[in-house]
Write a protein that binds this ligand. Sequence first.
Ligand code: DAH
Length: 347
Amino acid sequence: MTTEVQNLFDQVSQMQAQVEQYPVSNNDDLERFRIEFIGTKGKVKDLLAAIKDVPNTEKKAYGQTVNALKQVAEERYATLKEQFESNQTTKGPDFDLTMPGDAVRIGSRHPLNLVRNQIIEIFKRIGYVVAEGPEVEDDWHNFTALNFPPDHPARDMQDTFFVQKNPDIALRTHTSSVQVRVMERQKPPIRAIFPGRVFRNETISARSHCYFHQVEGLYIDKNVSFADLKQTLYHFAQEMFGPETKIKLRPSYFPFTEPSAELDVTCFICGGEGCPVCKYSGWVEILGCGMVDPAVLANCGIDPEEYSGFAFGMGIDRITMLRYQIKDIRLMSENDVRFLGQFKAAF
Ligand code: DAH
């Protein structure tokens, strides 16, 4: 054997050692291994190509030795590849599960809805059902059936959004319109509340907006008296603002109730001692109420000789602003999450 040929055989056995010892601990190493030894430009190919320099007598032996080397390299590659693939499935995906994830932003209820839902819950527990009416209303349901005389100032263009060219249609100015719709449809006994949005042609400022929210209540049955009204509202005030709450009814006037009153509750911020929220009076005004005027019952097809009842209406925005000490009503409709996100924990 010539020294050149001997040299080639030596190279093959050195290469075998390299193939066996090449450090492979991950997929990238394995790919490097493949390129270096068994790829189309790999070292084993070079050794195979060198067969042309080997004399015929040695060709067979040399070919077998290089092929054996090739087999060792391919087997090591296949074994490692299988090992990494099975590791991958047992180890899970190729990313770091301990990395902190993207934060999920959880929304919160609008403060107006928190207060509205609480009002609804309180009345539901004493047998009231919830009803709704349209926001675009006709004159009959918003004014006439409720005993507003034709020249009442609430009908002025300054107060009410009328639909152009049709003075009979307006955006409802209060949820009292739903009283009329329910009484027209349903025979007493009626025990219902009507939450909803109302509209008034007001200059928008920190204290008033062209739309806001009310909850109206109505109770019609035989022998309903002012004592029932007072006790119902007392119960509501204690549930809503706490068991220490006291109430005060002040005489007032609404076209659709007789007698009419305004309900004050002891300030739920200071407990009646006096603070900026109650303007140091100890009381805050919460709602209007009264005994449904017999003329209104008659307008809705209910016999005032047989039935009587009471009604009340409160502004949700006002109660919400007092409760959370929100100084500007415009925040309610600006959709600013920095404002809205503050009410998560409450109620
Ligand atoms: N509708 C009145 C308003 O918007 C509130 C109101 C007062 C409703 C007295 C009533 C009531 O049902 O009896 O100011």
